[in-house]
Design a protein around this ligand. Structure first.
Ligand SMILES: CNc1ncnc2c1ncn2[C@@H]1O[C@H](COP(=O)(O)O)[C@@H](O)[C@H]1O
Ligand SMILES: [Zn+2]
Length: 368
């Protein structure tokens, strides 16, 4: 390839990256502690110092190495939780995560997090969530709509400020006992008027039993709370079939499904939260060219591109769109349609969906 051709290609890529950044986007699968900025983590490590449990040098190395396998991801999360589970830090990482997604032109963010207890810090699952809400209220770069009410009043009446709709999912960690999982579902119900719109099942897929968490998920269903499940990050056909039997509103990942389960997923048309970089970085999918996004996209299966953990995987939602475009040869119209269709799968109410749909109508003329 000549220097001129390389220059041309780089210019095309740069333009496409910029376009993906400007595209209004909907994020449906983002974990709060997975979205902590590296700079914040490194500051937390420094402030935490060495206490025999965490050795700063080792932790810094782990943070910079990133989540290069599922096992490493969960080792990192255990460290993040030591560093970040106090009210002040939970408030800070929430504020920063929302500001980062807004800066990446996300117009709607479903932020999921596992409510945590921390007796040493006087933290209950409820006070953890109150700190998350405080973080949303502290956002000052854009207007945040959390529950149909704008949390931040427009700075000096500046109506041109960007707005991001944020809704919250409470995560059940699959290593929790049934009672703890039910406590999280009840907390979600208690906070429905404060922007909580659903339940996520996540956590290390190599631990925990489906039957332990199922009563809590059935409880959520009875209460009318939508559910999304991490599914198929490891081979476990019995559990995957049980998740398909449960027929949740959405599924995350669906990487390692046996052929019959794959066909059943497609016949059920359950919307899938696709996390390209996460699946490649954790080596769940060996090569992006083999990613099941292509099969689902070709079969017109409902799906949405997501980040999973922007901090852990050094990605953004714009980058996920860019990767999909260059890997699977999608044009701007197809990318725009993919982003726009994600609105159909949000757990927020019809009013929010109408706002988002209108946003896309306005954006169409601007960027297509
Ligand atoms: C990479 N693939 C993944 N698979 C499964 N669970 C994951 C995950 N990435 C993140 N989490 C879940 O999100 C928690 C961190 O955010 P919160 O402390 O809840 O805010 C992790 O502890 C894990 O339970
Ligand atoms: Zn996830």
């Amino acid at each position: 390839m000549s220097a001129r051709e390389i220059e041309n290609m780089e210019a095309i890529n740069a333009e496409l990256r910029q376009w993906c950044h400007e595209l209004p986007k909907v994020e449906l699968h983002a974990h709060l502690n997975g979205s902590i900025r590296d700079s914040t983590l490194l500051e937390l490590v420094k402030n935490h110092g060495d206490n025999g449990v965490l050795i700063s040098k080792d932790v810094e190395q782990m943070i910079l190495e990133k989540g290069t396998s599922l096992r490493k991801c969960f080792e990192l999360f255990a460290v993040y939780h030591v560093l970040a589970t106090d009210h002040e830090t939970v408030k800070r990482i929430t504020k920063e995560a929302v500001e980062d997604f807004a800066a990446d032109n996300c117009i709607y963010l479903e932020l999921r997090t596992t409510p945590k207890k921390n007796e040493a810090k006087g933290m209950t699952k409820r006070s953890y969530m109150d700190a998350v809400i405080d973080g949303l209220k502290a956002v000052d770069t854009v207007d945040v709509d959390l529950c149909g009410c704008e949390l931040t009043n427009k700075k000096n009446g500046d109506w041109r400020r960007k707005k991001i709709f944020v809704r919250l999912l409470l995560s059940i960690n699959r290593s929790e006992a049934t009672s703890a999982a039910i406590e999280t579902v009840n907390l979600a119900m208690e906070m429905k008027e404060m922007g909580v719109v659903g339940i996520d099942l996540s956590g290390d897929p190599t631990v925990g039993q489906w039957d332990t968490v199922l009563p809590a998920l059935e409880h959520a269903r009875k209460l009318g709370l939508p559910v999304t499940l991490h599914c198929g990050e490891v081979r476990n056909s019995k559990e995957i079939q049980a998740m398909l039997d449960f027929n949740p509103q959405r599924l995350g990942h669906v990487c390692l499904l046996a052929e019959e389960d794959w066909e059943r997923l497609k016949s059920l048309m359950i919307p899938v939260e696709i996390c390209l970089t996460s699946n490649i970085m954790t080596q769940t999918i060996p090569l992006i060219e083999y990613h099941h996004f292509a099969d689902l996209y070709k079969s017109k299966h409902p799906l949405s591109l997501c980040t999973d953990d922007t901090g852990l995987f050094s990605t953004t939602l714009s980058n996920e769109y860019y990767k999909a475009a260059v890997t699977f040869g999608l044009g701007k119209e197809e990318m725009f349609k993919l982003a726009q269709e994600a609105v159909d799968f949000v757990f927020a109410n019809e009013d929010v969906k109408k706002h988002l749909a209108q946003n896309y109508e306005e954006a169409k003329a601007r960027i297509l």
